[in-house]
Write a protein that binds this ligand. Structure first.
Ligand SMILES: Cc1cc2nc3c(=O)[nH]c(=O)nc-3n(C[C@H](O)[C@H](O)[C@H](O)COP(=O)(O)OP(=O)(O)OC[C@H]3O[C@@H](n4cnc5c(N)ncnc54)[C@H](O)[C@@H]3O)c2cc1C
Length: 537
């Protein structure tokens, strides 16, 4: 029982009013509910400037202050013109509260869910590039077929005034046509190769085999392929994202900056106010764009040259083990960091030996060992791995000169010829787009099978996380290989530090990657059915 438990401090009428906004009124830990984001942000921002409890602040400074417009805002059923005016007035009130009581971090106190639909895969990468404060989720090329046309009957890839070129649409259409033509035969052939097993449900088998077929074909999709994604993030992260998009080299991303800003201004206006304003946002975006142009001018070009998939360790710290051990001992010692000493074998054993599964995270001390990897792999695999945030990463422009991957699985099905012809035709179109529209715009026509070069700078804790997660057997073979190679590079230089990443799977497979996961889903579904029948509605 906690001793600092609050006694209810509110009169009955106040309690009745407040209880709809808090999960309890008498305990020191409580959640906020039924409140607009801007009010929650404003409330939290008051913590730094008041001795009152949060519930008291809501009552006295918001509910009981008519000029706050709280009644209208919390009601949020603003249909009429009058209500909209009230809401705007309320927003101004909250903005004063936010500006008066906080610094930039106040904008982290409110969040929003934003859906971005029919955006190109290239733009989706730009949207997902934020590492702190935004959590994205995107339509999967493994679980969703991309051959269904849009309402106008056309294939779903980005078309824009900037991409008007006689070779763009024919090349993109041809890629989609090949994808569409191969989906059914590839699925049937996979089903023949991996027949349903005894005890495997129809649902599980069909899902796993379809996922495998879509995995084999995703390399045909051009980078302009339209996708849908959801972003949940805080105001500060969205503000920075909008500014970055406004500076982006792709017109589609610049348009997204305006779209995101407009929609977020309807739900968290006070938090994204500066994203495109004349004082901060616009000058910041202009500077980013200028810096890009200037730096690009200085960068070395070595010209075309095919490059097979590779993972190179370009930097590591020979002293990493000592640093990890020192960092592990530091919090329990009274000596400075550079005077820590311990038997590395014994300390690492104490620190890491007992991990029972990959979700038992490696401790923070591992962040003292750092690695820089340079990776060349197909864009589809990059697209998957790009989503890791606890690292520093950047990529080069997507082109066709580094070569492409033809999935071995397709060759086995006798479909590699069709795949490769379509990819090579797209490469020819890419050459013309590059010449006429420039390298950035030409990316749209490049199929995901083409190689791209990028770097990851990651500490050992993230290496554990990424390699353990991305080598699981259900992963796509292309990113699985990258994660395995990353891990092998670390093993080569730091065998003892790597040895505790027990859940990295370095095995080779030729199997139905999703089979085991689908079976687990069945077990969960049947457990749910069971629970339902035990507790009938
Ligand atoms: C089998 C599989 C299927 C997938 N399918 C899809 C899909 O269909 N669609 C899709 O969009 N993505 C999909 N992903 C990508 C996935 O959603 C993650 O974006 C990606 O794996 C990055 O992993 P992460 O968030 O664990 O790690 P990182 O970003 O590398 O972060 C490392 C760890 O830091 C912590 N962390 C980092 N950022 C945050 C944060 N903002 N909040 C809280 N904790 C944080 C977490 O503990 C996290 O595990 C899939 C991934 C796998 C492995």
């Amino acid at each position: 029982m906690r001793e600092n438990r609050a006694v209810t401090e509110f009169a009955e009428a106040e309690s009745t009013l407040l209880e709809q906004y808090f999960t309890n009124l008498d305990r020191p830990v409580f959640a906020l509910r039924n409140l607009p984001e801007v009010v929650k942000g404003a409330l939290f921002s008051r913590y730094s400037r008041t001795e009152k409890s949060l519930r008291r602040v809501l009552l006295e400074e918001f509910i009981n202050q008519p000029e706050s417009g709280f009644g209208h805002l919390a009601g949020a059923a603003a249909a009429s013109e009058d209500d909209m005016v009230a809401i705007r007035r309320a927003e101004e009130f909250y903005e004063r509260v936010l500006v008066g009581y906080g610094d930039d971090s106040v904008a982290e106190l409110a969040g929003a869910h934003v859906a971005v639909e029919q955006t190109s895969t290239l733009a989706a990468k730009a949207l997902e590039d934020s590492r702190i404060g935004i959590s994205p989720l995107e339509k999967s090329t493994r679980y969703v077929r991309f051959d269904r046309p849009g309402p106008d009957g056309r294939h779903l890839y980005h078309r824009g005034a900037e991409l008007v070129h006689p070779d763009y649409e024919p090349a993109a259409d041809a890629l989609f046509a090949t994808y569409s033509r191969l989906v059914e035969p590839a699925t049937s052939a996979i089903r023949e190769k991996f027949p349903q097993e005894p005890g495997e449900t129809d649902r599980a088998w069909k899902s796993a085999t379809r996922a495998k077929a879509l995995d084999l074909l995703r390399g045909l999709l051009p980078a302009g392929t339209l996708t849908n994604l959801g972003l949940f993030g805080n105001g500060r992260a969205f503000e920075y994202l909008i500014t970055k998009l406004a500076a982006h080299e792709l017109p589609e991303c610049r348009a997204l900056a305006g779209d995101l800003h407009r929609e977020l201004s309807l739900v968290i206006p006070a938090f994204v106010r500066r994203a495109l304003d004349d004082r901060y946002g616009k000058p910041a975006a202009e500077r980013m764009a200028e810096t890009r142009v200037e730096t690009a001018r200085l960068a070395r070009q070595i010209g075309p040259g095919s490059s097979p998939p590779s993972v190179r360790l370009v930097e590591f710290d020979p002293d990493a083990e000592r640093k990890v051990v020192a960092a592990a001992l530091f919090p329990y010692s009274d000596a400075p960091l550079d005077q820590q000493a311990g038997d590395a074998g014994v300390v690492l054993e104490a620190l890491l030996a007992g991990r029972a599964n990959r979700r038992q995270r490696a401790p923070r001390a591992l962040e003292h060992a750092e690695y820089a990897f340079e990776i060349t792999a197909n864009f589809a695999a990059y697209r998957d791995l790009h989503r890791h945030r606890m690292l520093t990463q950047d990529r080069q422009l997507l082109g066709t000169s580094l070569g492409f991957d033809s999935p071995p699985g397709l060759a086995e099905l006798g479909m590699a010829g069709d795949f490769e012809r379509a990819i090579e035709a797209a490469a020819a179109a890419h050459g013309k787009l590059e010449r006429d529209l420039g390298r950035a715009l030409a990316q749209y026509v490049v199929p995901l099978a083409f190689h791209v070069r990028w770097y990851f700078r990651a500490n050992l804790r993230e290496v554990y996380h990424l390699c353990e997660l991305r080598t699981t057997p259900q992963g796509h073979p292309d990113y699985r290989w990258v994660a395995q190679e990353m891990f092998r590079r670390v093993q080569e230089v730091h065998p003892r530090l790597a040895s505790y990443a027990r859940f990295v799977d370095l095995g080779e497979r030729d199997e139905l990657e999703r089979r085991a996961s689908e079976k687990r889903i069945d077990e969960k579904l049947s457990a749910l059915q069971h629970t339902k029948s035990e507790f009938p509605a």
